[in-house]
Design a protein around this ligand. Structure first.
Ligand SMILES: Nc1ncnc2c1ncn2[C@@H]1O[C@H](COP(=O)(O)OP(=O)(O)OP(=O)(O)O)[C@@H](O)[C@H]1O
Ligand SMILES: [Mg+2]
Length: 145
């Protein structure tokens, strides 16, 4: 899957609403036999979250892929608000959202990560994240080749 195609799923208005720098390190091509549509959906949800939580100015989102053993490891990294220790265990739960104020602002339903986890695990992979409050978040997911 071409990572550039991932960026193209994001319509120009969505990218221009905030001034976000999009970066993808994908010079190497990897062969992966999996459900392309589902993988796109995972990327879409993760990048949408990153877009939602980066600052209005100076936001940066990076996506990448690398080979790791028998899997391809993808990541989506942002320099957004991050996820506090307290909230870390809840983000993969249904309907979970940071605060009502965010819910109103971003209008999400709190389902995105639940869907991502379901898809990734169905494809035999794993999804997890690292995050530091006020610094940013990186979601990783690995998919067996
Ligand atoms: N990149 C991120 N940075 C900071 N917080 C995040 C990030 N991704 C997810 N979260 C937190 O996890 C919560 C759950 O994310 P999820 O994608 O499941 O729901 P949502 O984005 O609120 O709604 P939906 O995806 O259904 O539109 C978010 O509301 C937010 O609090
Ligand atoms: Mg979401």
């Amino acid at each position: 899957m071409n990572l550039c195609a991932i960026w193209m799923m994001f319509s120009p208005p969505m990218m221009e609403e905030k001034k976000i720098e999009f970066v993808s390190h994908a010079s190497t091509k990897y062969a992966l036999t999996s459900d392309k549509m589902r993988l796109k959906q995972v990327f879409y949800n993760l990048v949408q979250n990153a877009v939602d939580f980066v600052p209005q100015e100076g936001g940066k989102i990076e996506i990448s892929a690398r080979e790791e053993g028998n899997s391809i490891l993808f990541h989506v990294k942002d320099n957004g608000i991050g996820i506090s220790e307290k909230r870390k265990e809840s983000v993969f739960k249904k309907f979970y959202q940071v605060e009502l104020s965010f819910k109103r602002k971003y209008g999400g339903s709190g389902f995105g990560l639940v869907i991502c986890k379901g898809i990734v695990e169905n494809l035999g992979g794993k999804i997890w994240f690292e995050s530091k409050e006020a610094e940013g978040t990186t979601f990783y997911f690995s998919i067996p080749k």
